[in-house]
Design a protein around this ligand. Structure first.
Ligand code: ATP
Ligand code: MG
Length: 466
Protein backbone atom coordinates (compact mmCIF):
# COMPACT_ATOMS: atom_id res chain seq x y z
CA UNK A 1 0.00 0.00 0.00
CA UNK A 2 1.51 3.35 -1.04
CA UNK A 3 -0.95 5.38 1.01
CA UNK A 4 -0.89 5.17 4.79
CA UNK A 5 -2.03 8.37 6.45
CA UNK A 6 -5.19 10.27 5.60
CA UNK A 7 -6.83 13.43 6.97
CA UNK A 8 -10.60 13.75 6.73
CA UNK A 9 -11.76 17.37 7.03
CA UNK A 10 -15.56 17.53 7.25
CA UNK A 11 -17.86 19.44 9.61
CA UNK A 12 -20.92 17.25 8.98
CA UNK A 13 -20.59 14.61 11.73
CA UNK A 14 -22.39 11.85 9.80
CA UNK A 15 -20.38 12.21 6.60
CA UNK A 16 -17.16 12.50 8.62
CA UNK A 17 -17.89 9.44 10.74
CA UNK A 18 -18.90 7.32 7.74
CA UNK A 19 -15.79 8.17 5.79
CA UNK A 20 -13.56 7.74 8.81
CA UNK A 21 -15.03 4.32 9.61
CA UNK A 22 -14.74 3.16 6.05
CA UNK A 23 -11.11 4.24 5.78
CA UNK A 24 -10.20 2.67 9.15
CA UNK A 25 -11.73 -0.58 8.02
CA UNK A 26 -9.41 -0.41 5.03
CA UNK A 27 -6.52 -0.09 7.51
CA UNK A 28 -5.62 3.51 6.80
CA UNK A 29 -4.34 5.68 9.60
CA UNK A 30 -7.02 8.41 9.79
CA UNK A 31 -7.02 11.83 11.48
CA UNK A 32 -10.47 13.43 11.55
CA UNK A 33 -10.87 17.22 11.64
CA UNK A 34 -13.94 19.46 11.85
CA UNK A 35 -12.27 22.76 11.03
CA UNK A 36 -9.55 24.02 8.73
CA UNK A 37 -7.53 25.00 11.79
CA UNK A 38 -7.64 21.41 13.10
CA UNK A 39 -6.59 20.03 9.71
CA UNK A 40 -3.71 22.53 9.47
CA UNK A 41 -2.59 21.41 12.88
CA UNK A 42 -2.44 17.76 11.80
CA UNK A 43 -0.67 18.65 8.55
CA UNK A 44 1.98 20.65 10.36
CA UNK A 45 2.79 17.78 12.71
CA UNK A 46 3.01 14.86 10.31
CA UNK A 47 3.31 13.83 6.65
CA UNK A 48 -0.01 12.73 5.21
CA UNK A 49 -0.59 11.01 1.87
CA UNK A 50 -4.19 12.05 1.17
CA UNK A 51 -6.52 14.75 2.52
CA UNK A 52 -10.29 14.64 2.00
CA UNK A 53 -11.52 18.25 2.19
CA UNK A 54 -15.07 19.55 2.42
CA UNK A 55 -15.65 22.85 0.60
CA UNK A 56 -17.87 24.69 3.09
CA UNK A 57 -16.43 24.70 6.58
CA UNK A 58 -17.17 26.70 9.74
CA UNK A 59 -13.88 28.59 9.63
CA UNK A 60 -13.54 29.15 5.90
CA UNK A 61 -13.46 27.68 2.42
CA UNK A 62 -11.87 24.25 1.85
CA UNK A 63 -10.37 25.43 -1.45
CA UNK A 64 -8.14 27.82 0.51
CA UNK A 65 -6.63 24.85 2.32
CA UNK A 66 -6.28 23.11 -1.06
CA UNK A 67 -4.25 26.06 -2.36
CA UNK A 68 -2.10 26.18 0.78
CA UNK A 69 -1.32 22.47 0.45
CA UNK A 70 -0.11 22.93 -3.14
CA UNK A 71 2.78 25.05 -1.94
CA UNK A 72 4.05 22.43 0.52
CA UNK A 73 7.11 20.43 -0.53
CA UNK A 74 5.65 17.10 0.66
CA UNK A 75 2.17 17.76 -0.61
CA UNK A 76 -0.51 15.16 0.01
CA UNK A 77 -3.12 14.38 -2.65
CA UNK A 78 -6.27 16.38 -2.05
CA UNK A 79 -9.75 14.98 -2.68
CA UNK A 80 -12.43 17.67 -2.50
CA UNK A 81 -15.91 16.83 -1.26
CA UNK A 82 -18.63 19.11 -2.44
CA UNK A 83 -22.28 19.16 -1.52
CA UNK A 84 -23.20 21.41 -4.40
CA UNK A 85 -22.54 19.29 -7.42
CA UNK A 86 -21.80 22.16 -9.72
CA UNK A 87 -19.46 21.47 -12.55
CA UNK A 88 -17.80 24.85 -12.03
CA UNK A 89 -16.80 24.19 -8.45
CA UNK A 90 -15.38 20.79 -9.41
CA UNK A 91 -13.43 22.31 -12.31
CA UNK A 92 -12.23 25.05 -10.00
CA UNK A 93 -10.92 22.49 -7.49
CA UNK A 94 -9.07 20.56 -10.20
CA UNK A 95 -7.53 23.77 -11.50
CA UNK A 96 -6.24 24.49 -8.04
CA UNK A 97 -4.49 21.16 -7.87
CA UNK A 98 -7.08 18.78 -6.41
CA UNK A 99 -6.34 15.16 -7.24
CA UNK A 100 -10.04 14.24 -7.44
CA UNK A 101 -13.45 15.31 -6.17
CA UNK A 102 -16.50 13.54 -4.75
CA UNK A 103 -20.01 14.90 -4.93
CA UNK A 104 -22.10 14.32 -1.80
CA UNK A 105 -23.76 12.01 -1.13
CA UNK A 106 -21.16 9.51 -2.32
CA UNK A 107 -21.05 5.73 -2.05
CA UNK A 108 -18.33 3.48 -0.67
CA UNK A 109 -17.66 2.34 -4.26
CA UNK A 110 -16.90 5.92 -5.23
CA UNK A 111 -14.45 6.26 -2.34
CA UNK A 112 -12.91 2.98 -3.41
CA UNK A 113 -12.36 4.18 -6.99
CA UNK A 114 -10.75 7.39 -5.77
CA UNK A 115 -8.49 5.52 -3.36
CA UNK A 116 -7.39 3.11 -6.06
CA UNK A 117 -6.48 5.98 -8.38
CA UNK A 118 -4.61 7.67 -5.55
CA UNK A 119 -2.73 4.44 -4.72
CA UNK A 120 -1.65 4.04 -8.35
CA UNK A 121 -0.61 7.64 -8.63
CA UNK A 122 1.40 7.57 -5.40
CA UNK A 123 3.06 4.36 -6.49
CA UNK A 124 4.13 6.03 -9.76
CA UNK A 125 5.49 9.02 -7.87
CA UNK A 126 7.50 6.69 -5.63
CA UNK A 127 8.94 4.82 -8.60
CA UNK A 128 9.83 8.10 -10.23
CA UNK A 129 11.54 9.31 -7.07
CA UNK A 130 13.44 6.05 -6.84
CA UNK A 131 14.58 6.28 -10.46
CA UNK A 132 15.78 9.82 -10.14
CA UNK A 133 17.71 8.85 -7.02
CA UNK A 134 19.26 6.06 -8.98
CA UNK A 135 20.65 8.53 -11.48
CA UNK A 136 22.63 10.10 -8.67
CA UNK A 137 24.58 6.87 -8.41
CA UNK A 138 28.35 7.00 -8.62
CA UNK A 139 28.27 5.49 -12.07
CA UNK A 140 27.16 8.90 -13.26
CA UNK A 141 30.06 10.68 -11.62
CA UNK A 142 32.40 12.48 -13.98
CA UNK A 143 35.87 11.14 -13.28
CA UNK A 144 39.16 12.78 -14.19
CA UNK A 145 41.54 15.20 -12.49
CA UNK A 146 43.18 16.81 -15.51
CA UNK A 147 42.99 20.62 -15.82
CA UNK A 148 40.63 20.12 -18.76
CA UNK A 149 38.22 18.14 -16.57
CA UNK A 150 38.52 20.64 -13.72
CA UNK A 151 37.59 23.45 -16.14
CA UNK A 152 34.68 21.40 -17.38
CA UNK A 153 33.45 20.83 -13.83
CA UNK A 154 33.63 24.56 -13.10
CA UNK A 155 31.64 25.34 -16.21
CA UNK A 156 29.04 22.72 -15.28
CA UNK A 157 28.67 24.28 -11.85
CA UNK A 158 28.16 27.73 -13.36
CA UNK A 159 25.58 26.77 -15.97
CA UNK A 160 23.74 24.45 -13.58
CA UNK A 161 22.74 27.49 -11.56
CA UNK A 162 21.04 29.07 -14.57
CA UNK A 163 18.13 28.01 -16.72
CA UNK A 164 20.13 28.53 -19.94
CA UNK A 165 19.92 26.14 -22.86
CA UNK A 166 23.17 24.24 -23.21
CA UNK A 167 24.73 22.63 -26.28
CA UNK A 168 27.30 19.96 -25.43
CA UNK A 169 29.68 19.07 -28.25
CA UNK A 170 32.40 16.48 -28.33
CA UNK A 171 33.50 13.27 -29.97
CA UNK A 172 31.63 10.06 -29.41
CA UNK A 173 32.24 8.48 -26.01
CA UNK A 174 33.73 11.58 -24.37
CA UNK A 175 30.99 11.76 -21.74
CA UNK A 176 28.50 14.27 -23.15
CA UNK A 177 25.53 12.52 -21.60
CA UNK A 178 27.32 12.42 -18.28
CA UNK A 179 27.93 16.17 -18.49
CA UNK A 180 24.23 16.71 -19.23
CA UNK A 181 23.28 14.63 -16.19
CA UNK A 182 25.77 16.52 -14.03
CA UNK A 183 24.18 19.84 -15.03
CA UNK A 184 20.76 18.43 -14.19
CA UNK A 185 21.88 17.04 -10.84
CA UNK A 186 23.43 20.32 -9.76
CA UNK A 187 20.54 22.45 -10.97
CA UNK A 188 17.49 23.71 -9.09
CA UNK A 189 15.46 21.24 -11.16
CA UNK A 190 17.20 18.18 -9.78
CA UNK A 191 14.06 16.90 -8.04
CA UNK A 192 11.99 17.26 -11.22
CA UNK A 193 12.11 14.81 -14.16
CA UNK A 194 15.12 14.34 -16.43
CA UNK A 195 13.88 13.07 -19.78
CA UNK A 196 16.35 11.89 -22.41
CA UNK A 197 15.46 11.59 -26.07
CA UNK A 198 17.93 9.89 -28.39
CA UNK A 199 17.11 11.72 -31.62
CA UNK A 200 19.22 9.30 -33.69
CA UNK A 201 17.40 6.23 -32.47
CA UNK A 202 13.82 7.31 -33.17
CA UNK A 203 12.59 6.74 -36.73
CA UNK A 204 12.01 9.95 -38.61
CA UNK A 205 8.24 9.49 -38.94
CA UNK A 206 7.79 9.02 -35.20
CA UNK A 207 10.05 11.71 -33.86
CA UNK A 208 7.48 14.49 -33.96
CA UNK A 209 4.96 12.54 -31.94
CA UNK A 210 7.71 11.40 -29.58
CA UNK A 211 8.69 15.03 -28.91
CA UNK A 212 5.29 16.67 -28.87
CA UNK A 213 2.82 13.82 -28.30
CA UNK A 214 -0.29 13.17 -30.33
CA UNK A 215 -4.04 13.31 -30.03
CA UNK A 216 -6.18 10.25 -30.42
CA UNK A 217 -6.65 9.38 -34.10
CA UNK A 218 -3.86 11.73 -35.23
CA UNK A 219 -2.53 8.98 -37.49
CA UNK A 220 -3.15 5.30 -38.15
CA UNK A 221 -2.34 3.46 -34.97
CA UNK A 222 -2.82 6.47 -32.67
CA UNK A 223 -5.52 4.74 -30.65
CA UNK A 224 -5.08 6.92 -27.61
CA UNK A 225 -3.76 10.38 -26.96
CA UNK A 226 -0.20 10.44 -25.75
CA UNK A 227 1.89 13.08 -24.06
CA UNK A 228 5.20 13.85 -25.72
CA UNK A 229 8.58 13.97 -24.01
CA UNK A 230 8.46 17.75 -23.69
CA UNK A 231 5.23 17.51 -21.72
CA UNK A 232 6.65 14.71 -19.58
CA UNK A 233 9.65 16.90 -18.82
CA UNK A 234 7.44 19.80 -17.69
CA UNK A 235 9.06 21.49 -14.70
CA UNK A 236 12.26 19.55 -15.33
CA UNK A 237 14.98 19.05 -17.92
CA UNK A 238 14.98 17.47 -21.36
CA UNK A 239 18.11 16.07 -22.98
CA UNK A 240 17.99 16.07 -26.76
CA UNK A 241 20.74 13.60 -27.49
CA UNK A 242 22.31 13.72 -30.96
CA UNK A 243 20.30 16.73 -32.01
CA UNK A 244 22.05 16.85 -35.42
CA UNK A 245 19.91 13.89 -36.53
CA UNK A 246 16.63 15.78 -36.44
CA UNK A 247 14.96 16.47 -39.80
CA UNK A 248 14.38 20.06 -41.00
CA UNK A 249 10.61 19.98 -40.38
CA UNK A 250 11.10 18.87 -36.76
CA UNK A 251 13.91 21.43 -36.39
CA UNK A 252 11.38 24.15 -37.18
CA UNK A 253 9.02 22.86 -34.51
CA UNK A 254 11.81 22.57 -31.96
CA UNK A 255 12.73 26.15 -32.62
CA UNK A 256 9.22 27.19 -31.69
CA UNK A 257 9.33 25.28 -28.40
CA UNK A 258 12.66 26.90 -27.58
CA UNK A 259 11.43 30.37 -28.43
CA UNK A 260 7.89 30.30 -27.12
CA UNK A 261 7.94 27.33 -24.71
CA UNK A 262 4.74 26.11 -26.27
CA UNK A 263 3.67 23.31 -28.56
CA UNK A 264 0.75 21.48 -30.08
CA UNK A 265 0.37 17.72 -30.07
CA UNK A 266 0.35 16.03 -33.47
CA UNK A 267 -3.23 16.12 -34.75
CA UNK A 268 -4.26 18.65 -32.09
CA UNK A 269 -4.78 22.39 -32.13
CA UNK A 270 -4.64 23.16 -28.42
CA UNK A 271 -1.53 25.08 -27.45
CA UNK A 272 0.28 23.55 -24.51
CA UNK A 273 2.70 25.60 -22.43
CA UNK A 274 5.78 23.83 -21.15
CA UNK A 275 8.41 24.91 -18.66
CA UNK A 276 11.44 22.86 -19.64
CA UNK A 277 15.18 23.34 -19.48
CA UNK A 278 16.78 22.10 -22.68
CA UNK A 279 20.19 20.46 -22.98
CA UNK A 280 21.30 19.14 -26.37
CA UNK A 281 24.31 17.09 -27.41
CA UNK A 282 25.98 16.39 -30.71
CA UNK A 283 29.12 14.66 -31.82
CA UNK A 284 28.95 16.21 -35.25
CA UNK A 285 30.26 19.64 -35.97
CA UNK A 286 26.99 21.59 -35.96
CA UNK A 287 28.60 24.74 -37.34
CA UNK A 288 29.54 22.71 -40.41
CA UNK A 289 26.04 21.25 -40.63
CA UNK A 290 24.73 24.82 -40.57
CA UNK A 291 27.11 25.78 -43.39
CA UNK A 292 25.95 22.79 -45.39
CA UNK A 293 22.35 23.86 -44.77
CA UNK A 294 21.58 20.59 -43.00
CA UNK A 295 20.87 22.30 -39.70
CA UNK A 296 18.96 25.52 -39.16
CA UNK A 297 21.16 28.38 -38.10
CA UNK A 298 18.48 29.98 -35.93
CA UNK A 299 18.00 26.70 -34.04
CA UNK A 300 21.75 26.36 -33.63
CA UNK A 301 21.92 29.82 -32.04
CA UNK A 302 19.00 29.06 -29.75
CA UNK A 303 20.62 25.84 -28.60
CA UNK A 304 24.11 27.12 -28.08
CA UNK A 305 23.34 29.84 -25.56
CA UNK A 306 26.04 28.14 -23.49
CA UNK A 307 28.24 25.88 -25.63
CA UNK A 308 30.28 23.25 -23.79
CA UNK A 309 33.00 21.27 -25.48
CA UNK A 310 33.94 17.96 -23.88
CA UNK A 311 37.59 17.24 -24.67
CA UNK A 312 38.64 13.99 -26.34
CA UNK A 313 40.46 11.52 -24.11
CA UNK A 314 43.70 11.89 -26.06
CA UNK A 315 43.68 15.61 -25.14
CA UNK A 316 43.74 14.67 -21.45
CA UNK A 317 45.76 11.51 -21.57
CA UNK A 318 46.87 12.10 -17.95
CA UNK A 319 43.34 11.06 -16.91
CA UNK A 320 43.74 7.60 -18.41
CA UNK A 321 45.44 5.79 -15.46
CA UNK A 322 42.94 7.17 -12.95
CA UNK A 323 39.93 6.28 -15.15
CA UNK A 324 41.38 2.85 -15.87
CA UNK A 325 41.77 2.07 -12.16
CA UNK A 326 38.27 3.17 -11.33
CA UNK A 327 36.81 1.12 -14.20
CA UNK A 328 38.94 -1.82 -13.12
CA UNK A 329 37.39 -1.66 -9.64
CA UNK A 330 33.85 -1.37 -11.04
CA UNK A 331 34.22 -4.26 -13.47
CA UNK A 332 36.01 -6.47 -10.93
CA UNK A 333 32.99 -6.02 -8.68
CA UNK A 334 30.55 -6.60 -11.53
CA UNK A 335 32.20 -9.80 -12.72
CA UNK A 336 33.27 -11.04 -9.31
CA UNK A 337 36.94 -11.08 -10.29
CA UNK A 338 39.71 -10.16 -7.91
CA UNK A 339 42.03 -7.83 -9.83
CA UNK A 340 44.65 -6.03 -7.77
CA UNK A 341 45.97 -3.42 -10.17
CA UNK A 342 47.57 -2.50 -13.48
CA UNK A 343 51.21 -3.23 -14.25
CA UNK A 344 53.44 -0.33 -15.40
CA UNK A 345 53.47 -1.93 -18.84
CA UNK A 346 49.69 -1.88 -18.98
CA UNK A 347 49.55 1.76 -17.90
CA UNK A 348 52.07 2.67 -20.60
CA UNK A 349 50.12 0.81 -23.25
CA UNK A 350 46.96 2.67 -22.20
CA UNK A 351 48.75 6.02 -22.29
CA UNK A 352 50.18 5.35 -25.73
CA UNK A 353 46.85 4.51 -27.32
CA UNK A 354 45.03 7.30 -29.15
CA UNK A 355 41.49 6.36 -27.95
CA UNK A 356 39.34 7.19 -30.98
CA UNK A 357 36.34 5.86 -29.04
CA UNK A 358 37.30 7.92 -25.99
CA UNK A 359 36.12 6.95 -22.49
CA UNK A 360 33.63 4.42 -23.82
CA UNK A 361 36.46 2.60 -25.59
CA UNK A 362 38.58 2.69 -22.43
CA UNK A 363 35.70 1.22 -20.47
CA UNK A 364 35.31 -1.61 -22.99
CA UNK A 365 39.02 -2.35 -23.02
CA UNK A 366 39.17 -2.52 -19.23
CA UNK A 367 36.06 -4.66 -18.94
CA UNK A 368 37.48 -7.18 -21.41
CA UNK A 369 40.86 -7.10 -19.65
CA UNK A 370 39.26 -7.74 -16.25
CA UNK A 371 37.45 -10.77 -17.68
CA UNK A 372 40.59 -12.11 -19.37
CA UNK A 373 42.74 -11.48 -16.33
CA UNK A 374 40.53 -13.68 -14.13
CA UNK A 375 42.16 -14.10 -10.76
CA UNK A 376 45.74 -13.79 -11.92
CA UNK A 377 46.06 -10.53 -9.96
CA UNK A 378 47.39 -7.77 -12.19
CA UNK A 379 46.22 -6.41 -15.54
CA UNK A 380 49.02 -6.95 -18.08
CA UNK A 381 49.41 -5.31 -21.51
CA UNK A 382 48.33 -8.60 -23.11
CA UNK A 383 44.96 -8.45 -21.39
CA UNK A 384 44.27 -5.07 -22.97
CA UNK A 385 44.53 -6.30 -26.54
CA UNK A 386 45.68 -2.91 -27.77
CA UNK A 387 47.67 -3.40 -30.95
CA UNK A 388 49.17 -0.36 -32.58
CA UNK A 389 46.48 1.98 -33.78
CA UNK A 390 47.36 1.30 -37.40
CA UNK A 391 46.73 -2.39 -37.04
CA UNK A 392 43.47 -1.69 -35.34
CA UNK A 393 42.24 0.72 -37.94
CA UNK A 394 39.19 -0.46 -39.79
CA UNK A 395 39.87 -1.66 -43.32
CA UNK A 396 43.62 -1.70 -42.71
CA UNK A 397 44.19 -3.64 -45.91
CA UNK A 398 42.84 -0.50 -47.42
CA UNK A 399 44.97 -0.22 -50.50
CA UNK A 400 42.22 -2.38 -51.88
CA UNK A 401 44.55 -5.01 -53.24
CA UNK A 402 43.43 -8.61 -52.87
CA UNK A 403 46.04 -11.41 -52.47
CA UNK A 404 45.91 -12.46 -56.11
CA UNK A 405 46.71 -8.96 -57.29
CA UNK A 406 43.14 -8.13 -58.36
CA UNK A 407 41.26 -5.21 -56.84
CA UNK A 408 38.22 -4.86 -54.58
CA UNK A 409 35.38 -2.86 -56.06
CA UNK A 410 34.60 0.44 -54.40
CA UNK A 411 31.33 -1.02 -53.05
CA UNK A 412 33.18 -3.98 -51.52
CA UNK A 413 35.70 -1.67 -49.94
CA UNK A 414 32.94 0.45 -48.48
CA UNK A 415 31.25 -2.63 -47.04
CA UNK A 416 34.48 -3.90 -45.50
CA UNK A 417 35.19 -0.49 -44.08
CA UNK A 418 31.74 -0.28 -42.50
CA UNK A 419 32.06 -3.75 -41.00
CA UNK A 420 35.56 -2.89 -39.75
CA UNK A 421 34.16 0.18 -38.02
CA UNK A 422 31.35 -1.84 -36.45
CA UNK A 423 33.80 -4.39 -35.21
CA UNK A 424 35.96 -1.71 -33.68
CA UNK A 425 32.91 -0.23 -31.96
CA UNK A 426 31.87 -3.63 -30.61
CA UNK A 427 28.77 -3.57 -32.79
CA UNK A 428 27.54 -0.20 -31.49
CA UNK A 429 25.98 1.35 -34.58
CA UNK A 430 25.63 4.82 -33.17
CA UNK A 431 29.29 4.93 -32.36
CA UNK A 432 30.28 3.36 -35.71
CA UNK A 433 28.22 5.95 -37.59
CA UNK A 434 30.10 8.61 -35.71
CA UNK A 435 33.58 7.42 -36.51
CA UNK A 436 32.53 6.96 -40.14
CA UNK A 437 31.05 10.47 -40.04
CA UNK A 438 27.74 9.39 -41.53
CA UNK A 439 24.31 9.64 -39.97
CA UNK A 440 22.98 6.63 -38.12
CA UNK A 441 20.27 6.43 -40.78
CA UNK A 442 22.79 6.17 -43.59
CA UNK A 443 24.56 3.40 -41.71
CA UNK A 444 21.32 1.59 -41.02
CA UNK A 445 20.29 1.79 -44.67
CA UNK A 446 23.65 0.42 -45.77
CA UNK A 447 23.41 -2.51 -43.37
CA UNK A 448 19.95 -3.37 -44.57
CA UNK A 449 21.19 -3.12 -48.15
CA UNK A 450 23.85 -5.72 -47.32
CA UNK A 451 21.25 -7.88 -45.62
CA UNK A 452 18.81 -7.48 -48.49
CA UNK A 453 16.08 -6.21 -46.14
CA UNK A 454 14.30 -2.92 -45.83
CA UNK A 455 15.33 -0.48 -43.11
CA UNK A 456 13.50 -0.87 -39.84
CA UNK A 457 13.54 1.12 -36.68
CA UNK A 458 15.57 -1.33 -34.65
CA UNK A 459 18.24 1.10 -33.69
CA UNK A 460 18.63 -0.33 -30.25
CA UNK A 461 19.92 -3.57 -31.67
CA UNK A 462 23.63 -3.25 -31.81
CA UNK A 463 24.66 -6.66 -32.98
CA UNK A 464 26.57 -7.20 -36.15
CA UNK A 465 24.36 -8.18 -39.03
CA UNK A 466 25.02 -11.58 -40.58
N1 ATP B 1 34.67 11.50 -17.21
C1 ATP B 1 34.07 10.31 -17.13
N2 ATP B 1 34.07 9.62 -15.97
C2 ATP B 1 33.48 8.40 -15.88
N3 ATP B 1 32.88 7.79 -16.89
C3 ATP B 1 32.83 8.42 -18.06
C4 ATP B 1 33.41 9.71 -18.25
N4 ATP B 1 33.18 10.10 -19.52
C5 ATP B 1 32.50 9.10 -20.09
N5 ATP B 1 32.26 8.09 -19.24
C6 ATP B 1 31.56 6.83 -19.52
O1 ATP B 1 31.80 6.53 -20.89
C7 ATP B 1 30.60 6.10 -21.54
C8 ATP B 1 30.26 7.04 -22.65
O2 ATP B 1 29.84 8.28 -22.09
P1 ATP B 1 28.62 9.10 -22.72
O3 ATP B 1 27.53 8.18 -23.11
O4 ATP B 1 28.30 10.22 -21.80
O5 ATP B 1 29.35 9.64 -24.02
P2 ATP B 1 28.80 10.53 -25.20
O6 ATP B 1 29.77 11.62 -25.38
O7 ATP B 1 27.39 10.88 -24.92
O8 ATP B 1 28.92 9.52 -26.43
P3 ATP B 1 28.03 9.45 -27.77
O9 ATP B 1 28.32 10.64 -28.58
O10 ATP B 1 28.52 8.20 -28.43
O11 ATP B 1 26.61 9.36 -27.34
C9 ATP B 1 29.53 6.02 -20.47
O12 ATP B 1 29.45 4.70 -19.98
C10 ATP B 1 30.04 6.96 -19.39
O13 ATP B 1 29.59 6.54 -18.14
MG1 MG C 1 25.62 10.31 -25.88
Amino acid sequence: MSIEKIVVLEDDAIVRKNLETYLRRRHYDVAAAETIADAQDYLSRDNFDVVFVDVRLPDGDGTDLLKQIQSRPQKPLVVMMTGFGSVESAVDCMKNGAFDYLIKPFSNEQIEVTLRKAEEFTQLLNVNRYLSQETSDSEYDLLGRSPAMENLRQLIRKVARTQATVLIQGESGTGKELVARAIYRESSRSAAPFIRVNCAAIPENLIESEFFGHERGAFTGALNKREGRFELAHGGTILLDEISEVSPSVQAKLLRVLQERELERVGGNRTIKVDVRVIATTNRNLEQSVEKKEFRQDLFFRLSVVPIRVPALRERIEDVPHLAEEFMRRFSRKHGVNVKGLTDGAVNALKNHSWPGNVRELQNVIERAVILCEDSGMLEPDHLGLGSDDQNAPGSDSAGAVGDGSFHTLAELEKRHIFGALERCKGNRTHAAKILDVSIRTLRNKLHEYNGTSPKSDETKSTLPE
